[in-house]
Design a protein around this ligand. Structure first.
Ligand SMILES: Nc1ncnc2c1ncn2[C@@H]1O[C@H](COP(=O)(O)OP(=O)(O)OP(=O)(O)O)[C@@H](O)[C@H]1O
Length: 276
């Protein structure tokens, strides 16, 4: 160990005896938690529909009979509880924090379930935000979960990096939208996952097109899709393309997202089950 050691092995290339491996940073889940698989939902930037894709995939898996949890890791923009119409607060006992159940039985934990007022902003610095997500892993009792979905904070900065190091994520799904710029940013997210040696399970393109309800014609509102290109470059399967659908935004606003089945979902879930 050098005299100037800052104890941050991520930013140091020295191969000293004290060097920590990736697994040394992993946090243990709560003793009472039973979680079989952890799936992270990421995007290179905010606003592309990461939360929506998390909610839809989790709901489809629940419909298929799996026990599902959602850990809302988007601490500064938590929208999972609203999409599921949950306004009650999370409870706790002497053992730990208890998630709130959605109508269909999905276990959910989000910062908005702990704040007194859901409109209070979370004005915290990165390490505190990452620490909160870690606590959702270590202090929340996730009883008997087949698949725990983590709605990751957007981007490839310090917070998602810390979460990837602390929670044993089995695989990630990358959400993108059709703009050229977004595909460049997606490549950053993909490369980050590769650097962290986390398998990428697939790509989902949100807001891929709008289908006219009268003539059925598909309009690529945000330009041509680059999904096939990204999939070929990085050898990642495409899980689905999700159209712009006013019913979806209404369901997010009304808290009924788990009642929206979409044709691509069952196929996406089959692919996921095969891969995990
Ligand atoms: N395919 C779609 N059709 C209609 N509305 C959509 C669609 N995708 C997203 N939306 C709307 O856009 C809003 C933002 O999407 P969402 O919260 O999933 O993005 P996000 O990537 O999680 O954003 P952030 O990273 O900033 O939290 C949703 O509440 C929903 O109303």
């Amino acid at each position: 160990m050098s005299e100037s050691c800052g104890h941050d092995c991520n930013h140091c290339s020295s191969n000293c005896a004290e060097r920590k491996t990736k697994n040394d940073f992993l946090e243990k889940p709560h003793d009472l938690s039973r979680i079989k698989k952890v799936i992270g939902i990421v995007s290179g930037k905010g606003g592309v529909g990461k939360t929506l894709v998390t909610s839809l995939l989790a709901s489809e898996m629940r419909r298929q009979g799996f026990r599902i949890g959602i850990l809302d890791g988007d601490i500064t923009g938590p929208s999972i509880p609203k999409s599921f119409g949950i306004s009650m607060k999370a409870g706790s006992n002497e053992m730990g924090i208890l998630p709130v159940q959605s109508k269909s039985g999905i276990e959910i934990m989000s910062i908005n379930l702990l704040l007194e007022n859901e409109t209070d902003p979370v004005v915290w610095r990165g390490p505190i935000i990452a620490g909160t997500v870690k606590q959702f892993w270590t202090e929340v009792i996730w009883t008997d979960i087949d698949y725990l979905f983590i709605d990751m904070p957007p981007g490839t900065g310090d917070v998602p990096l810390t979460i990837f190091q602390s929670i044993p994520v089995d695989g990630i799904i990358v959400v993108t939208s059709p703009q050229e710029l977004v595909s460049m940013i997606v490549s950053k997210a993909v490369k980050m996952a590769e650097m962290m040696a986390i398998p990428i399970l697939g790509l989902v393109e949100n807001m891929s097109y709008y289908q006219c309800p009268d003539c059925g014609e598909k309009h690529q509102v945000f330009g041509n899709s680059h999904l096939e290109e990204i999939s070929a470059i990085h050898h990642i399967p495409i899980l689905g393309k999700l159209p712009i659908n006013p019913q979806i935004s209404e369901a997010c606003d009304e808290g009924t997202i788990e009642e929206i089945p979409d044709p691509w979902l069952a196929k996406a879930v089959d692919t996921l089950k095969e891969m995990m």
